[in-house]
Design a protein around this ligand. Structure first.
Ligand SMILES: [Zn+2]
Length: 333
C-alpha cells in the first residue's frame, strides 16, 4: 500500500489487477438485495467499457483514488462519475441512465451506511472521505493555481509553488459520561427523532485529548470530570473526515446537576442501566407514536457511540471484573 501511494507507475499497474468502486457526486453505487445492500466492484476492463457506454473519457480513471488493499495484494480504488474534472465531457449520460445500466442506485452514504456490512461500510466511508477531500482541494490556497493529485490520491501538489497537500481528519472527542449507576446521554437537534447519544465535540487547536474532554463536558452539560478512560477510535466521514476518539468519563462525586448548553444541545439527561439496555435493543429511526412522541433509541452498531454505551452496560453488569486490558487509563488531576 505504501509503495502504491508513493509510486505513480506502480499504482497505475495495480489498477490493471485491481477493483473499482463507483460513486456519483459522493454517493456510492449500491445494489439493493432482499436483506442488505450489495456493493458492486468492477475490473479496469469493465470500467473502461462502462465509461465508453456512459460517453465519458477513459482518461477519467486517472481521477480514481486508492482506498485499500486485500491480503492478496489486490488494490481497491474508488471513482466518482459525477464530480467535475478536466476529463468531464458534456456528452456524458445522466445519473438515472447510469443507474439503469449499473442495475443499482447511487445512494447517499448516510442512508446506505446502515444497510452495509461493517467491511463495506468502512471501505465506502474511507472512499467517500477521500473523494470529498480531493473535490474540496482542487486549488492551492496560497497561489490559487489548480493542484494535481498523484496517481493514488494520497496527496495533491501545486505545480507553481510545490506545496504538498495531504488529506486530513479533524479529531473529535466522544465521551460517555457516568456518575456510577447512571450515564448521561444527549440530543442535538440534527439527530433523528428520539435518538440520544454520547457527548461529542471537536478538539480545539493546541488541546490534548484530556483537555478537550474536560472542556466539552464542562461547556455542554456543566459537569466536572474526575476520571477518563480511553476506549477506541474510528474514522467517521461526516460532515467532513473526523477521527472519533471514544472515552468513558466519570464525574466528580456529587456532580449530578446538568446545566445544559442550549446552543449545542436539545436535551441532556441521566439514564439508568435498565433504560439504556432497553433502548440499545431498539433499531431506529422511528416514526411518531400516537401520543406525538418518539421512542428512546440509541446509535446503531456502526457508530462508535454504540460501543461506548455497550461497554458501559457491561461494566454495570459485572463491575467486579477488571477493566479490559486493551484499554489504557488516563487519570486527570
Ligand atoms: Zn500554489
Amino acid at each position: 500500500m505504501f509503495e502504491l501511494k508513493e509510486d505513480d507507475d506502480a499504482c497505475k499497474k495495480a489498477q490493471r489487477t485491481g477493483a473499482f468502486y463507483l460513486f456519483h457526486s459522493l454517493a456510492p453505487l449500491v445494489q439493493k438485495s432482499e436483506h442488505q445492500y450489495v456493493v458492486p466492484r468492477y475490473s479496469l476492463v469493465e470500467l473502461e467499457r462502462l465509461l465508453e457506454t456512459f460517453g465519458q473519457d477513459t482518461q477519467k480513471i486517472e481521477d480514481s483514488v486508492l482506498i485499500g488493499c486485500s491480503g492478496q495484494q489486490e488494490a481497491w480504488f474508488a471513482l466518482d462519475l459525477g464530480l467535475k474534472s478536466s476529463s468531464s465531457t458534456s456528452a456524458s449520460l445522466q445519473k438515472p441512465e447510469m443507474e439503469t445500466e449499473l442495475k443499482g442506485s447511487f445512494t447517499e452514504l448516510r442512508k446506505a451506511l446502515f444497510h452495509l456490512s461493517m467491511k463495506d461500510a468502512t471501505l465506502l466511508s474511507t472512499a467517500q472521505a477521500l473523494l470529498h477531500w480531493h473535490d474540496a482541494h482542487q486549488f492551492c490556497s496560497r497561489s490559487g493555481q489548480p493542484t494535481k493529485k498523484n496517481m493514488a490520491g494520497s496527496k495533491r501538489v501545486c505545480p507553481s509553488n510545490k506545496i504538498i497537500y495531504y488529506p486530513q481528519m479533524a479529531p473529535v472527542v466522544i465521551t460517555l459520561v457516568s456518575d456510577g449507576p447512571r450515564c448521561l446521554l444527549v440530543r442535538q437537534s440534527s439527530f433523528p427523532k428520539g435518538m440520544y447519544s454520547a457527548l461529542a465535540g471537536f478538539c480545539d487547536i493546541g488541546e490534548s485529548l484530556e483537555e478537550a474532554v474536560r472542556r466539552e463536558v464542562a461547556e455542554e452539560v456543566g459537569l466536572e470530570m474526575d476520571r477518563l478512560q480511553y476506549s477506541a477510535s474510528q474514522h467517521w466521514p461526516f460532515p467532513n473526515s473526523s477521527l472519533m476518539i471514544a472515552c468513558h468519563a466519570t464525574v466528580k462525586p456529587g456532580q449530578t446537576e446538568i446545566q445544559m448548553n442550549l446552543r449545542e444541545l436539545e436535551a441532556a439527561a441521566w439514564f439508568s442501566h435498565d433504560e439504556v439496555a432497553t433502548a440499545l435493543r431498539r433499531k431506529g429511526p422511528y416514526t411518531q407514536q400516537q401520543d406525538g412522541t418518539f421512542p428512546f433509541w440509541l446509535p446503531p452498531k456502526l457508530a462508535i457511540a454504540h460501543l461506548l454505551i455497550k461497554e458501559w452496560l457491561e461494566k454495570q453488569s459485572c463491575s467486579s471484573l477488571p477493566a479490559s486490558p486493551r484499554s489504557s487509563h488516563l487519570h486527570l488531576s
